[in-house]
Ligand binder design. Structure first.
Ligand code: GCU
Length: 681
């Protein structure tokens, strides 16, 4: 059934007859050298991939023989590859890169998938299969690739009871009850999917951590997962609850300056590494939203992080310490807190610590300006944290292709070292010369048959991985690959569906939070609108705090006359964002409180513009529906109906957002909704 289980790894017969015959011709036989578990995975993947795509059993040989062959291996495992003289071309590709090369030897044609390491061969093999899946020419290959970022990890917010915080696609994949004995095929398929896009790490547990995962029983279960993932180059990491020494260690304190606490973490790390020699390390959320941390003992984030870093350092482990902090004291502007707490600590973290920063300073909003910490901590490697799961983006029912959103942040210019100091350059280490680099994505994966709930959620997992490997790829290229692999190469489908995808994020922004509005979702669960929320718990957990609508206007003044959060950016950026005339309109109400009659770029008043944006959002969904409806002939019934139904839900949601927000904001603006727009229901 076309239920989406295979993700983008569909190896169905190539439909283009000319391409099919060219591929069959070029791959007369398959030679995969070596005998590691990774190479066994390569052999299996290429064999099943080619059998499916070419529609015939591919001949598997030990060494290249008479026919044109596909040869995969390293110079160390294959004399043939070594003798082609490509060793020098491989050197700069490091331990994960690969080379795909068409070459002639003794008058015969060969296609090489070569790398310095077995993992490189695996990545190259997936790339090669992608070329076939997307019907590319493989006759004159000469391409090499290596990742720009070293640690490319998923963050699962999975609890030990298998619920998933902010998960909208079923329950956690990790079946703790049946582990360590039972290895579900799904774990292998999960690892395959990740390897196919270059993801090389996975944090198994929620950042709101449960210390139990660090007990012996769970370590054995985690080790079983690590064993299953290892052939695919996927390392496991765990979240470390800072108070674990008290909760499971029987100590009276978790103070990082206490020798017994340090010793406890060292012993715990020894125990973990004994079971999992290549354990990746810890991810920590500390002193944020009620989580314990070093500040409970009067210590700072670096002192906390360094203690853990010292415990895993002997094994090459790393600590990813999150900068998403907000505490129990009400700030004058929550957007400023991470910068204020972390910037002064620059230079005080151990070498194996990464500070993991969300793309924006509030919280995974449909659109945020880039986080001011990027560029601002030259002595500390900063890691990007994106959210793949759509907590604030309509959750499981909305089609929102997030690559354009990721790119918007990655391409943003921090001006840290002059023009061109993009966020991407900070996290890939080129800006401040770091070799320890990382990027994380909060996973949208669960036990749903199609993994991500919405079929198009798969595209977000896919594009996160592709951008983690190479942030210079365009959203369009990534969508193109994904659509071809996931659905079909038929242009009559590929083109319109890409159009749906590329416009979808802007559409969602329009009907939820246009013009820089943010955090006006319903309270706590964050699904649907709730701009009126004001009386819960504390000011910065309410919506009115963020939009500040009143009779004069709307928006959060983060300039000098307000919270001055804008001053956290480097001067050219601060100047631009802080200036009402220069701020990009998409961030207008993020930084400015603007009068209802203020004239925006379109020439309309702010109020009218807001009305048009919300209604554009609804129209955008209706356009997606129209396009999708016209695709019925090009796609299987099962996925067609699924997406159609979800788009119908999204249309309802969009209208709900538009009507709720406009009617609510109208109580302040006291202005009519422009005549030519559909009236709120
Ligand atoms: C958001 C989210 C929480 C999560 C937090 C975090 O606030 O709503 O569920 O725990 O981010 O990233 O730590």
């Amino acid at each position: 059934a076309e239920d989406g289980y295979r993700l983008w790894q569909r190896y169905d017969l190539v439909q283009d007859a000319a391409k099919l015959s060219a591929y069959r011709q070029a791959i007369g036989e398959l030679v995969v050298t070596g005998d590691s578990p990774t190479i066994a995975a390569v052999r299996k993947e290429l064999q099943s991939g080619l059998n499916g795509l070419l529609g015939q059993a591919v001949k598997v040989s030990q060494a290249p023989g008479q026919s044109p062959a596909l040869v995969a291996g390293t110079p160390a495992s294959s004399a043939f590859i070594k003798n082609t003289g490509i060793t020098d071309r491989l050197k700069p590709l490091g331990d994960e890169g690969y080379l795909l090369l068409s070459t002639q030897q003794n008058g015969r044609s060969y296609t090489l998938i070569a790398a310095n390491s077995d993992i490189g061969v695996l990545y190259g093999s997936f790339h090669f299969l992608r070329l076939l899946q997307t019907n590319q020419d493989i006759s004159k290959l000469s391409l090499s690739s290596k990742p720009k970022i070293r640690h490319r990890v998923l963050n699962h917010w999975d609890n030990l009871d298998r619920t998933v915080e902010r998960g909208y696609s079923g329950f956690s994949l990790w079946d703790w009850h049946r582990l360590p004995d039972y290895i579900d095929q799904r774990y292998i398929d999960y690892a395959r999917a990740n390897a196919s896009i270059g993801i090389n790490g996975t944090v198994l547990t929620n950042v709101n951590a449960n210390a139990l995962v660090l007990t012996a029983d769970y370590i054995a279960k985690v080790a079983a997962l690590a064993d299953a993932f290892r052939p695919y180059g996927l390392k496991v990491y765990l979240t470390a609850r800072f108070s674990a020494p008290i909760e499971i260690g029987g100590l009276k304190t978790a103070d990082p300056q206490e020798p017994q606490v340090q010793a406890w973490w060292k012993e715990k790390s020894d125990e973990i590494y004994k079971a999992i020699p290549d354990f990746g390390g810890f991810l920590v959320k500390a002193n944020s939203e009620g989580q314990p941390g070093p500040q409970n003992y009067g210590r700072n984030h670096a002192e906390g992080a360094n203690m853990l870093a010292d415990a895993v350092a002997p094994y090459g482990g790393i600590v990813m310490w999150r900068a998403f902090v907000y505490d129990d004291k009400e700030p004058d502007d929550r957007a400023k807190q991470a910068y204020n707490e972390f910037k002064p600590l620059d230079g005080t973290f151990r070498d194996n610590v990464l500070v993991q920063v969300k793309n924006g300073a509030i919280d995974f909003q449909p659109r945020e300006p880039f986080h001011p910490l990027f560029g601002a901590m030259p002595k500390t490697p900063l890691m990007m944290e994106f959210q793949i799961t759509q907590e604030y983006l309509g959750q499981g029912t909305s089609l929102a292709y997030l690559s354009p959103m990721y790119k918007e942040t990655l391409d943003a210019d921090t001006h840290a070292k002059g023009k061109g100091s993009t966020v991407a350059k900070d996290i890939d280490g080129t800006l401040h010369k770091h070799s320890l680099t990382g990027i994380a994505g909060v996973a949208n994966i669960g036990t749903d048959r199609n993994w991500t709930g919405h079929h198009f959620g798969q595209a977000n997992w896919y594009s996160f991985g592709r951008l983690a490997w190479d942030h210079s790829l365009s959203s369009e290229e990534i969508a193109d690959e994904w659509v071809r692999m996931t659905f079909t190469n038929t242009l009559a489908f590929v083109k319109p569906v890409k159009e749906i995808m590329l416009g979808s994020h802007e559409t969602v922004v329009n009907y939820m939070t246009p013009l820089g509005l943010h955090h006006i979702m319903a309270w706590d669960h964050h699904y649907g609108p709730g701009p009126w929320i004001k009386d819960k718990h504390r000011a910065d957990w309410t919506s009115v705090y963020y939009h500040k609508a009143d009779e004069n206007g709307i928006g959060f003044d983060r300039t000098k006359t307000g919270s001055n959060a804008v001053a956290q950016y480097f001067p050219p950026v601060a100047k631009q964002f802080g200036n009402l005339k220069q701020v990009p309109e998409k961030y207008l109400l993020w930084f400015h409180h603007v009068g209802w009659d203020y004239k925006v770029k379109s020439g309309r008043t702010l109020w009218d513009e807001l009305c048009y944006r919300y209604s554009d959002g609804v129209k955008g969904v209706q356009q997606m529906q129209q396009i999708w409806d016209s695709m019925q002939e090009q796609v299987d019934e099962e996925r067609f109906q699924h997406v159609k139904t979800f788009l119908n839900m999204q249309e309802k949601e969009a209208k709900w957002w538009r009507d709720a927000c406009l009617l609510y904001f109208q109580t302040f603006s006291k202005r009519p909704i422009p005549q030519d727009l559909e009236k709120p229901a």
